[in-house]
Design a protein around this ligand. Structure first.
Ligand SMILES: Nc1nc2c(c(=O)[nH]1)N[C@H]1C(S)=C(S)[C@@H](COP(=O)(O)OP(=O)(O)OC[C@H]3O[C@@H](n4cnc5c(=O)[nH]c(N)nc54)[C@H](O)[C@@H]3O)O[C@H]1N2
Ligand SMILES: Nc1nc2c(c(=O)[nH]1)N[C@H]1C(S)=C(S)[C@@H](COP(=O)(O)OP(=O)(O)OC[C@H]3O[C@@H](n4cnc5c(=O)[nH]c(N)nc54)[C@H](O)[C@@H]3O)O[C@H]1N2
Ligand code: SF4
Ligand SMILES: [Mo]
Length: 764
C-alpha cells in the first residue's frame, strides 16, 4: 500500500460520493470528499469516515468459522468451501432443490464482484426459494418499470439539477442521501434549485429532515398516498390539466386512468389522507403548471399496504403532466455499463407472478418470492420446505418483518451458511460463516447505482489495500461454492468445456468482465481485431450464467450501436484508472421511444394488475379512518440499515433508537419526556425511550430500523452497547401489499403504553 492520497467511491449508500483517502504507513490517516469527483464534487456524509472503522474493526471476521460445541472454530478456506458445498448438496439430494433457501441482502448491490458472481451461485443452487431485500424495498418501482416501460430496470430518475419543482413524497433524501436517485449532496442541489426560483414540497407523516428544507410541507396519514395520488389524477382530468407532451404519442389507456380516478375526488380522500381538498387541488395544479417538475416517491410510498398502486400513480402523474423523458422531469440514465440494454439483449426484461410461493401463494418477482414469507417456507412442513439456508450480505433477523419468528425458523434449520464478515443477529444462526474481504481491499465499480444517477458518470476504483493471502473476495467465495456444487451435482466431474469456462471466469474475475462490458458498452472502444476473441471468451463464460442473464448480451453489444453512436467513446478499466476521480458523461438525455421495451412500443398507463387492485383502495376509502396508532420507520444520516453500528464514531451521542410520538398521543398513552414506552403488536413488543415531538403527525409513531443488537452470541460489542430495539420485532410479516408482495413496513397498527418496569422503578 503506497503512501499518499487514494481516490475512490464510497460504497455505503446509493449516493456514490467520491472520497479521498489519505494513507501513510499502511494506515488511513483521513477520509475526505473528493472535490474532483464529477458527480459528488467534494460532498460526503459522516458515514464515509467510518470506512476506516469498518476496515480496522477487530471484530470483523477474517477467516471462515464453523460452529462447534465449544464455540466458533476457524477453518481453512478450502475446507470451509468443501464442507459447505457438501452439506448443501446433501440437502438437495435428500430433500430436493427447493429445500435450500437463499437471501441476498442490500450490500450485494454495492459490490460488482458479488453482482457478477451471484447468478452463477444461484444457478448452481437451483432453488426457487430465493429472497432478497427487494421485497422490503423497491419492488413496486421495478414492477411499475416493467408494466409501463416493459423493463424492470427502466427507472425514471428525477432530473433534480434542472427541475423547478421537486415534490417528495415518502422519501427523506436529507437522511438517506437519495434512493433510486443517486444524488450526492442533495442539500447543495436543493439550494441550487431554490436559488433558481424553484421549490420543494414534502409530503410525509413526519416532518423529516428533508421537510425542514422544504418550501411547503404536508402531513399525510400513513398508507393513504394512493388516495392522495388518485385525487391528484382526478384533478388533472377534471381541470383539463392533462398534457403528456411528447410522451402522448406512445401512451395508451389514459382514459381508463381517468375513469379509475373518478370516485377519488379531493373531497372524498381528504379525511383519510389528512390533507385538505383545496391543498390537493393546488398540489395538482402547481405540479401540472410547472413545466419542469418532478413527483418523487420512495420507501414511504413503496413499502406500505398500497405500495404497488401508489408507485404506479406516481409514475402516471409524471406522465400525464408531461414530465417524462424531458429535462427537469423524470429521465432515464445512460450508464457506461448499460444493464438495461444488456438485459434486454439477452431477453431478460423481468417477470412477475410466473409462480407463487408454496405456503402463502405470494407472487414471485424476478424469480424471488417476497421476503415476508421466508419464515413460513422454513416452518411449514411439506414438499419444498426450506431446510438449509444461505444468506449473502444480509441481516434479515433485523431487516425483515417479524424478525423474532424468522429467528426461530433459522434456529430450527438443518444447515445454514452466511457469507458475511460480521457475527450478527442473523449470522449467529449459521453453521459456517464465510467472511469476504472488506470494501477497501477490493476494486469498486457501481453497476447498479449508475442506473439511478441524476447525471451520467463513470468511475473505477482499484483496491486500496492488498488483501492478505488468506482472504477471499465475495465473488471468489461464491464462485468457489458454485463450482463445487456444479461438480457435485454432476457426480464429481464437469465436461472439459465447462471446466475451461470456470477457469476463464476465475481468471477474468469481475474486473475482466467489467472491462469487457465497458469496452462494448455505449462509451466503449470498438474492440477491432479483438472482437472475435472477446466474443469467444464471452460465449465461454456466459455458459456459466443462467439463461436470460444480462451477460449473455455482452457479446452482441457494440459501442457503435446505432443509438449510442453519438456518445463519447473510449471507456475501459485502463482509461478509467487514468481518471481516478471519475469521468463526467453529461446530463441525462431524452431517450424515448427507442428505450421503450413494451411489446407494442407504447406505454400502457392502465395495466390490468393495478386496476384489479383498486378494489382495495375503494375499501380503504369506505372504511372509517383508523383510530389506531400507525407505525412508520425512519433513517438517520449516521446509520445504514443494521450494519454500521459497530463504529463508535457513528453511534456516539444521543440515543437514536427512540419512539417519536406526538404530544397528544403521548398524553393519551400517559407518557412524559424521559419515559420508556412499550410498543406492541400482534407479533411482539419492544421497549424504547420516548421522544415527544410535534414533528410526527398525531396518530403516528416512528421507530428507526436496523437496531436491536440485544441478541445473545453476536460479535459486535459497540453495537451491543448501543443496542436499541428492532422495529421488525413488532412488524407483522402477514401484512404485504397484496398486489406486489412487498412488505408493509410503514403503516401497521401498534399499541403504545408506559413501560411498567420503568413506572415501578421511578416509584421506588
Ligand atoms: N422496518 C423496516 N425494515 C426495513 C427497512 C425499513 O425502512 N423499515 N428497510 C429495508 C431496506 S430498504 C433494506 S435495503 C433492507 C436491508 O436489509 P439487509 O440487506 O438484510 O440488511 P443490512 O442491514 O443491510 O445488512 C447487511 C449485511 O451485510 C453484511 N455486509 C456488509 N458489507 C458486505 C459485503 O461487502 N459482503 C458481504 N458478504 N457482506 C457484507 C453486513 O455485515 C450485514 O450483515 O432492510 C429493509 N428493512
Ligand atoms: N443514512 C442512511 N442512508 C441510507 C440508508 C440508511 O439506512 N441510512 N439506507 C439506504 C437504503 S437501503 C434505502 S432503500 C434508502 C431509502 O431512502 P428513503 O426512502 O429516502 O429513506 P427513508 O428514511 O426510509 O424515507 C422514507 C420516508 O417515508 C416516510 N413515510 C413512512 N410511511 C409513509 C407513508 O405511508 N406515506 C408517506 N408519504 N411517507 C411515509 C417516512 O417518514 C420517511 O420520511 O436509503 C439509503 N440510504
Ligand atoms: S452519502 Fe455518505 S455513505 Fe452515502 S456515498 Fe456519500 S459519503 Fe458514502
Ligand atoms: Mo434499501
Amino acid at each position: 500500500m503506497e503512501n499518499g492520497t487514494h481516490f475512490r467511491t464510497c460504497h455505503l449508500c446509493e449516493a456514490m460520493c467520491g472520497i479521498a483517502i489519505e494513507v501513510s504507513d499502511g494506515e488511513i490517516q483521513s477520509i475526505k470528499g473528493d472535490d474532483n469527483d464529477p458527480l459528488s464534487q467534494g460532498h460526503i456524509c459522516p458515514k464515509a469516515v467510518a470506512l476506516k472503522d469498518l476496515h480496522e474493526d477487530p471484530e470483523r471476521l477474517r477467516k471462515p468459522v464453523r460452529r462447534t460445541a465449544d464455540g466458533w472454530q476457524e477453518m481453512e478456506w478450502d475446507d470451509a468451501l468443501d464442507f459447505v458445498a457438501n452439506r448443501l448438496h446433501r440437502v438437495r439430494q435428500e430433500q430436493g432443490r427447493n429445500a435450500i433457501g437463499v437471501y441476498l441482502g442490500n450490500p450485494n448491490v454495492h459490490n460488482h464482484g458479488a453482482l457478477i458472481a451471484n447468478p452463477s451461485f444461484l444457478k448452481a443452487l437451483g432453488t426457487q426459494n430465493r429472497f432478497s431485500a427487494t421485497s422490503n424495498d423497491q419492488l413496486p418501482h421495478m414492477l411499475a418499470n416493467l408494466e409501463l416501460f416493459g423493463h424492470q430496470l427502466m427507472f425514471p430518475i428525477p432530473d433534480i439539477d434542472r427541475t423547478d419543482l421537486f415534490i417528495c413524497i415518502g422519501a427523506n433524501p436529507m437522511a438517506s442521501n437519495g434512493s433510486l436517485m443517486t444524488v450526492p449532496d442533495f442539500r447543495g442541489r436543493l439550494k441550487a434549485l431554490q436559488a433558481r426560483g424553484g421549490q420543494m414540497i414534502v409530503i410525509d407523516p413526519r416532518r423529516n429532515e428533508t421537510a425542514s428544507h422544504a418550501d411547503a410541507f404536508h402531513f399525510i396519514r400513513p398508507g393513504t398516498d394512493a388516495l392522495l395520488l388518485m385525487a391528484m389524477v382526478h384533478t388533472l382530468f377534471e381541470e383539463q390539466l392533462v398534457s403528456p407532451g411528447h410522451a402522448e404519442q406512445w401512451l395508451k389507456d389514459a382514459d381508463l386512468v381517468r375513469l379509475a380516478a373518478l370516485p377519488f375526488s379531493p373531497e372524498a380522500v381528504s379525511d383519510h389522507t389528512g390533507i385538505a381538498a383545496d391543498t390537493i387541488r393546488d398540489l395538482a395544479r402547481q405540479f401540472a403548471s410547472t413545466p419542469k417538475a418532478v413527483l418523487y416517491g420512495r420507501m414511504g410510498t413503496s413499502t406500505q399496504a398500497h405500495g404497488g398502486v401508489a408507485t404506479w400513480l406516481i409514475y402516471t402523474l409524471n406522465i400525464l403532466a408531461g414530465k417524462l423523458d424531458v429535462p427537469g422531469g423524470v429521465m432515464f440514465t445512460q450508464p457506461a455499463v448499460d444493464l438495461v440494454a444488456l438485459a434486454a439483449m439477452s431477453g431478460q426484461t423481468g417477470h412477475f407472478d410466473k409462480r407463487r410461493s408454496r405456503v402463502r401463494q405470494l407472487p414471485e418477482f424476478g424469480g424471488e418470492y417476497p421476503a415476508s414469507t421466508m419464515a413460513d417456507e422454513m416452518l411449514t412442513p411439506g414438499d419444498g420446505q426450506i431446510r438449509a439456508f444461505v444468506t449473502i450480505a444480509g441481516n434479515p433477523v433485523l431487516s425483515n418483518p417479524d424478525g423474532g419468528r424468522l429467528e426461530r425458523a433459522l434456529a430450527d434449520l438443518d444447515f445454514m451458511v452466511s457469507v458475511d464478515y460480521y457475527l450478527n443477529e442473523t449470522t449467529r444462526h449459521a453453521d459456517v460463516i464465510l467472511p469476504p474481504t472488506a470494501a477497501l481491499e477490493r476494486s469498486h465499480y457501481d453497476l447498479i447505482f449508475n442506473l439511478f444517477s441524476v447525471r451520467n458518470s463513470a468511475k473505477y476504483s482499484p483496491a486500496l489495500f492488498e488483501r492478505s493471502d488468506d482472504a477471499r473476495h465475495d465473488w471468489e467465495i461464491l464462485l468457489g461454492l458454485a463450482h463445487r456444487l456444479e461438480r457435485l451435482h454432476k457426480g464429481g466431474q464437469l465436461p472439459l468445456q465447462t471446466e475451461l469456462g470456470w477457469r476463464a471466469f476465475r481468471q477474468l474475475g469481475p474486473d475482466g468482465i467489467l472491462d469487457l462490458a465497458l469496452r462494448s458498452g455505449p462509451y466503449g472502444t470498438d474492440l477491432g481485431p479483438l472482437r472475435p476473441v472477446a466474443r469467444n471468451l464471452a460465449d465461454l463464460i456466459t455458459d456459466l450464467f443462467p439463461s436470460g442473464h444480462p451477460l449473455h448480451g455482452l457479446a452482441e453489444l457494440s459501442p457503435v450501436y446505432r443509438r449510442w453512436s453519438e456518445l463519447p467513446k473510449g471507456l475501459s478499466i485502463r482509461s478509467l484508472k487514468a481518471c481516478p476521480s471519475g469521468v463526467d458523461l453529461g446530463p441525462l438525455q431524452p431517450c424515448l421511444p427507442e428505450r421503450l421495451f413494451t411489446r407494442d412500443g407504447r406505454i400502457n398507463l392502465a395495466p390490468r394488475r393495478y386496476l384489479a387492485d383498486l378494489d382495495r383502495l375503494h375499501q380503504l376509502l369506505a372504511s372509517p379512518v383508523s383510530e389506531d396508532l400507525q407505525l412508520i420507520g425512519r433513517r438517520h444520516v449516521r446509520s445504514n440499515n443494521s450494519w454500521l453500528h459497530n463504529s463508535q464514531r457513528l453511534v456516539k451521542g444521543k440515543d437514536r433508537c427512540t419512539l417519536l410520538i406526538h404530544p397528544k398521543d403521548a398524553s393519551r398513552c400517559g407518557l412524559k419526556p424521559g419515559d420508556m414506552a412499550e410498543i406492541s403488536s400482534a407479533v411482539g413488543r419492544v421497549v424504547l425511550p420516548v421522544d415527544i415531538t410535534e414533528d410526527v403527525m398525531s396518530g403516528v409513531v416512528s421507530i428507526p430500523h436496523g437496531w436491536g443488537h440485544t441478541r445473545e452470541g453476536t460479535g459486535q460489542s459497540i453495537a451491543a452497547a448501543h443496542a436499541g430495539a428492532s422495529i421488525n420485532d413488532i412488524i407483522a410479516a402477514d401484512q404485504v401489499d397484496r398486489l406486489s408482495g412487498t412488505s408493509v413496513l410503514n403503516g401497521q397498527s401498534v399499541k403504545v403504553r408506559l413501560w411498567r418496569a420503568e413506572r415501578s422503578r421511578k416509584r421506588a
